[in-house]
Design a binder for this molecule. Structure first.
Ligand SMILES: Cc1cc2nc3c(=O)[nH]c(=O)nc-3n(C[C@H](O)[C@H](O)[C@H](O)COP(=O)(O)OP(=O)(O)OC[C@H]3O[C@@H](n4cnc5c(N)ncnc54)[C@H](O)[C@@H]3O)c2cc1C
Ligand SMILES: Cc1cc2nc3c(=O)[nH]c(=O)nc-3n(C[C@H](O)[C@H](O)[C@H](O)COP(=O)(O)O)c2cc1C
Ligand code: SF4
Length: 697
């Protein structure tokens, strides 16, 4: 949603100060808590880790971008050791690292509070890479994600747990934090105790509301006493557990009415999402409506008064929406995470009348397990996120060069943007009529339309930077050489394999060249409607095959989606849960555990892999969405004719959006430097630490 209103006066509610207990905050936007994996192992790495300096710079960048308050998420104690070594303030030797975070955030003009938690559903270890430690819980609850049962806390466990709060808060106070938020949402232990669904105890910690809230109250008393008068204290609380037997909005109101008069709280942060089945609501993807949490918050907020009420509405990327929510009175401060990961300047850009310059989060959730492509953190569209200490400044090219970028997908667009911002002269050639590459195709699939915003954002930035963009131009080696480039980025992307090759079967599918087989890209770009009986083969298990199947079904075709997997879209991790219901609603038949053996002009033979049972079905069209193959021949043709030929993104190796923008950014940054690498893959042979150290220097 574009928002071209300008200046602080246009957002008069957002740009008002707010007093939260003893803490005054400059404006009404907070960066909500989020774990980002920027931890460094401490010297006693078997027992604890600390926030890396990168973490401090990451937050400071958002503070400089205008955010009033930042929440730093952390487990309360190293006993909550997670495989990812999430940093904890539980030990005094961690204070210096936390103090650095607080110092840089304060210098940048914002306040910083800690969200502290113990989350039973995350794996815990006795030692790094060691066997599992028991997960603490109010009752011996079966685990949702692991084949194990949790440890019902004894009285001594409870005392130690409360005591852990004292240690963490004392250290955070020494480090200069401005407040403490106890996590009572997302299936944190304190939420388990509050919830009749999880808490089956019969002692003074179970049963009545007073009993279920006892542990929370004891922790809050400890936090208050340790924090002293200078720190604000609050909780992040689930507004509705949406669980049969859990607390509902009514139950949340009762909890708030019970806690508000205790004097233990200055603020309440109302949220949603608890184990087992709502994690997807914590970070709503583009399939969920924007601001999905706002109505729920409005419904329970009154019960929290006179406390300050803050909340993350979900997918908020527009300060006009924030202004309206504050004006409505349901929340005093509005939380954003992903909008600020993607665009640290979101607040200042809006304040200064430059909202259209903000890169808008596409909510595809690469930053929080949106793909099962392995661990890793970072933003799919803002490669600087988490690397601010090295990359937030963009130096000028020592010797400005003539750069030609072939391909207007995310890799080429980012390479062009960054090269041009360093003062190089850049021409970008794109054979299609519009920019965006694979993401534009992706956005042509039903329900994925919002992704189109990315191409538009790049178009604006390239125009600001005077990049010469030529669309509708198929680049050849000759036409590129005619431009006399010093550097060519070959960012020509990928195409779906025409012959059905896949990681499952490297051989072509028999009959792949039959007349009924329609190339994936043609379905979206030729305007051809898939009609009659359509079979789609899916191996990638992301959006492509499922989206094409939906599209064909919407046009009236009878569609079968064939996959050897048990769940369509399983490579999309948490987002997979949206894919099958959408297919079901569209009337697509899913044939699981199956594969296409043979295609003829009028039928397809499908085999059930476990039984070997074959079925030949009549067909009018077949789409093979098995694997993307690189389009890289231009690089070979230019080799030896241009000094620097940089093959990046899918053209280097088809992966995902995150890799495409990263490579565009990383190699855009070196253009015009004296020590430019001869080729992109040369960089693979350098030890990472050497690279990082060189950039730090
Ligand atoms: C339908 C679909 C769904 C996807 N789903 C996901 C997903 O869920 N998550 C995810 O992370 N990724 C997904 N991807 C992959 C992601 O879009 C790609 O990894 C990413 O777009 C790669 O970027 P790129 O710039 O390297 O290449 P591309 O985006 O492919 O861009 C290459 C560009 O080069 C142009 N080009 C090629 N040859 C020439 C030439 N000779 N002259 C001029 N221009 C040329 C092409 O027209 C294209 O615009 C999906 C891709 C598709 C197609
Ligand atoms: C990468 C990531 C990690 C998160 N980790 C936490 C966390 O540790 N604690 C928490 O309370 N919320 C966490 N959240 C949820 C956010 O605080 C926020 O409620 C959610 O992202 C919705 O806001 P958004 O749409 O503006 O991103 C996380 C979100 C993201 C994207
Ligand atoms: S990775 Fe995706 S969802 Fe996460 S902040 Fe970046 S654009 Fe948004």
């Amino acid at each position: 949603v574009s928002d071209e209103r300008s200046g602080a006066t246009a957002y008069r509610h957002v740009f008002q100060r707010l007093t939260i207990g003893p803490v005054e905050v400059e404006n009404r936007i907070f960066m909500a808590p989020h774990g980002i994996g920027l931890e460094a192992r401490g010297s006693e790495h078997e027992t604890h880790s600390v926030p890396a300096i990168e973490h401090a710079h990451y937050f400071a960048e958002r503070a400089r971008g205008g955010v009033g308050l930042i929440f730093h998420s952390m487990p309360i104690a190293p006993f909550a050791l997670q495989p990812t070594l999430t940093a904890s303030p539980g030990l005094p030797q961690s204070v210096a690292s936390y103090a650095k975070v607080a110092e840089l955030v304060h210098e940048a003009g914002a306040k910083i509070m800690a969200e502290i938690w113990y989350i039973p559903w995350q794996p815990h270890k006795w030692e790094a890479l060691g066997p599992d430690a028991p997960q603490l819980a109010p009752s011996p609850l079966p685990n949702y994600a692991l084949p194990s049962t949790r440890h019902a806390m004894r009285k001594r466990d409870i005392e130690r747990f409360v005591g852990a709060h004292a240690a963490a808060v004392a250290n955070l106070r020494s480090a200069g934090y401005d407040g403490i938020e106890l996590h009572v949402s997302h299936g944190a232990l304190l939420e388990y105790f509050l919830s009749p669904y999880f808490n089956k105890r019969t002692d003074e910690y179970g049963g009545s509301l007073e009993n279920r809230a006892r542990l929370l109250v004891e922790c809050l008393e400890t936090v208050r006493a340790t924090a002293g008068p200078g720190l604000a204290v609050g909780i992040r609380l689930t507004a509705d557990q949406m669980l049969s037997g859990g607390f509902t909005e009514d139950g949340c109101r009762e909890i708030l009415e019970y806690l508000a008069p205790t004097g233990l709280l200055d603020f309440v942060d109302l949220d949603i999402s608890v184990e087992p089945d709502q994690v997807h609501l914590m970070t709503p993807s583009f399939f969920e409506p924007r601001l999905h949490n706002a109505t729920r918050v409005a419904s329970v907020a009154a019960a929290a008064r006179p406390l300050v009420v803050i909340a993350s509405p979900g997918r908020l990327t527009n300060l006009a929406d924030a202004d309206r929510l504050i004006e409505s009175g349901s929340m005093d401060m509005v939380g954003i995470v992903r909008g600020l990961i993607a665009e640290p300047q979101l607040v200042n850009n809006a304040r200064d009348g430059r909202a259209s310059e903000s890169r808008i989060c596409i909510a595809a959730n690469h930053c929080n397990g949106g793909l099962v492509s392995g661990p890793g953190w970072g933003c799919a569209i803002n490669p600087v996120a988490g690397r601010e200490d090295r990359w937030s400044e963009l130096g000028a090219a020592a010797t400005p060069l003539k750069v030609v970028v072939v391909g207007g997908g995310p890799a080429g667009l980012e390479a062009a943007r960054i090269s041009a911002a360093r003062g190089n002269s850049v021409t970008l050639l794109e054979r299609r009529g519009e920019l965006g590459g694979g993401v534009r195709l992706w956005s042509m699939l039903p329900g994925r339309e919002s992704l189109a915003s990315l191409g538009g954002w790049f178009e604006g930035r390239l125009s600001d930077l005077d990049v010469e963009v030529r669309t509708g131009v198929e680049a050849t080696a000759e036409s590129v050489l005619a431009l006399g480039p010093d550097v060519v980025f070959v960012a020509t992307g990928s195409e779906y394999a025409r012959d059905g090759e896949s990681g499952f079967d490297l051989n072509p599918i028999k009959g792949w060249d039959s007349a009924c087989v329609v190339p994936f890209e043609d379905v979206l770009e030729s305007g051809r409607t898939l009609a009659g009986r359509v079979v789609v083969l899916d191996e990638e298990s992301m959006h492509a095959a499922a989206g094409i199947a939906e599209l064909a079904a919407a046009a009236g075709a009878q569609v079968d989606l064939v996959t050897r997997k048990m769940v369509v879209g399983d490579a999309l991790a948490r987002q997979a849960r949206y894919i099958e219901p959408r297919l079901h609603a569209a009337g697509v038949t899913v044939r699981r555990g199956s594969w296409i053996r043979e295609i003829s002009d009028s039928d397809v033979t499908i085999v059930e892999l476990l039984t070997g049972r074959k079925e030949t079905v009549p067909v009018d069209a077949v789409v093979l969405a098995t694997v993307r193959k690189p389009v890289d021949s231009l690089a070979d043709e230019l080799e030896g004719k241009v000094r620097f030929v940089y093959l990046i993104g899918d053209a280097l190796a088809p992966r995902s959006l995150r890799e495409a923008t990263y490579e565009g950014h990383r190699f855009g940054r070196v253009i015009g430097d004296a020590d430019m690498p001869e080729s992109v893959t040369d960089e693979l042979y350098k030890p990472l630490n050497t690279l990082v150290a060189a950039e730090h220097a």
